[in-house]
Design a binder for this molecule. Structure first.
Ligand code: SF4
Length: 441
């Protein structure tokens, strides 16, 4: 009997890449590769990459160095690079790393089986063409409906916003929305396989359907997906604040399955910086959306992203960011030092903020947010949260789940509760998670 070929896959970056990686696993299974967590036993190594920050890109090249040494020991090893760095680098990646056999861009997953089969015959290949038509979604095979508790479903791809710092429109292409029928079909198939929670995924889900007048918009799509039997909880990510409509805000009041959590990246608290970033909203407009969401859904949890040290950010601008996080009281905040990405508008801006200053601001921001996060987690103690049990905790001696507000929670209970929504009394609020006791089963 032939020994199964082994795939070692590493995924960097956002949920879009995580979702693409699920598709990669399905595709590679189709040509006889089983996934392994051990790179040493791999016949095929694929890196699904991210280029959103310079550090993310550098990490990819660092990893490739490691696999280059492995290939010296095992010359038949096939190494492939996909995702945003592959899209950006194309042929250049093969010149920098000639031991790589295939480079596949963000629109080229449908070619992957052929490329890997070619690499098995010793052929190198690069595919980074953008697909501009609606076929983009049809050409991307979906992840297998093999169950689990919580899954991502892609509803739109690409972005038309061109925020001045962002590489995404350059490496993921223009925005397209998948048909509502196709989305509902996929969600129904996942529900039939036992999935309880879906997260609708896209670079800016709020502009879903904008390009097709009369077609369902994102609020309509949420209502359609909420009707799928078996789906108990619904989430979405990522939102652009400028595109949050009153209809979408109303969904939080009117759709009981919609989880009370929104990832709403502000990126800065300063109007001057927001304008430089081309974000399309002011600080006041952002805060109005936050207030409207809180009015529609008291208890909604906010998470966000913040960039520190964008060109033109002076101390006063940064103070406005510090004030914004106090005002919003984010449950969690992902914050980063600005790094210029080649090809973006901001790469041409004079970057006069010193590196040490950026680092100091980031540390201040993160220290303040850490206190806010802990205080928010402590505020849940004594209350009851509906938790979706995902399975055993990482230590294996308890259950792990998430509250509607997306707070990680551990509790004791029967592992057979995986996939069930349970009432949990919160007994402890720690920095990164809540602890609690299940009240009912
Ligand atoms: S909305 Fe802005 S930050 Fe988000 S993907 Fe589009 S260009 Fe990038």
């Amino acid at each position: 009997m032939n020994k199964a070929k082994k795939l070692y896959l590493e995924t960097f970056g956002c949920q879009m890449n995580v979702s693409d990686s699920e598709k990669i696993v399905t595709l590679m299974k189709g040509i006889g590769y089983q996934q392994t967590a051990d790179p040493v036993e791999a016949d095929l190594v694929l890196l699904n990459t991210c280029s959103i920050r310079a550090t993310a890109e550098q990490r990819v090249y660092g990893h490739l160095g490691k696999f280059k040494s492995m290939k010296k020991q095992k010359p038949g090893l096939i190494i492939g690079v996909g995702g945003c760095v592959a899209q950006q680098e194309g042929e250049r990646l093969l010149r920098k790393a000639p031991f790589v056999s295939l480079v596949f861009g963000t629109h080229n997953l449908h070619l992957l089986q052929k490329m890997v089969s070619g690499a098995e015959q010793g052929k190198q290949s690069v595919a980074t063409d953008f697909l501009d038509d609606e076929k983009r979604f049809d050409l991307f095979p979906h992840a297998e409906s093999e169950g689990g508790v919580s899954r991502f479903v892609t509803v739109m791809q690409g972005c038309d916003n061109f925020c001045a710092y962002c590489i995404v429109p350059h490496v993921r292409g223009r925005e397209i929305s998948r048909s509502a029928d196709k989305v509902v079909e996929e969600v129904a198939a996942l529900a039939a396989a036992g999935v309880t929670e879906v997260t609708l995924l896209g670079q800016n889900v709020n502009s879903y359907g904008f390009k097709e007048p009369g077609a369902p918009d994102f609020a309509d799509l949420l209502r359609l997906v909420a009707q799928v039997e078996g789906i108990e909880r619904l989430r979405f990510t990522t939102s652009h604040p400028k595109d949050i409509s009153p209809r979408l805000i109303a969904c939080f009041a009117e759709i009981p399955k919609l989880a009370p959590h929104i990832h709403l990246p502000a990126q800065s608290g300063s109007d001057a910086v927001l304008q430089g970033m081309n974000r399309g909203y002011t600080r006041v407009q952002y805060l109005e959306k936050v207030r409207a969401l809180r009015d529609a859904c008291p208890g909604i949890q906010f998470t966000g992203d913040m960039i520190v040290g964008f060109p033109g950010e002076d101390e006063a601008c940064f103070e406005q960011t510090m004030e914004l996080i106090e005002e919003v009281q984010y449950a969690d905040l992902f914050s980063f030092i600005y790094s210029a990405r080649p090809g973006t508008k901001a790469a041409g801006f004079p970057d006069e903020v010193r590196r040490a200053e950026k680092q100091a601001r980031l540390e201040r921001l993160q220290a303040a947010q850490k206190k806010i996060t802990l205080a928010r987690n402590e505020s849940f103690v004594g209350g009851v949260q509906r938790v979706l049990v995902e399975g055993p905790s990482s230590t294996g001696d308890a259950l792990f789940g998430r509250t509607g507000g997306n707070r990680a929670t551990v509790m004791n209970g029967d592992p057979a509760l995986a996939g069930r929504l349970v009432e949990v009394r919160i007994t402890e609020g720690l920095q990164t998670l809540l602890k609690g006791e299940i009240l009912d089963v």
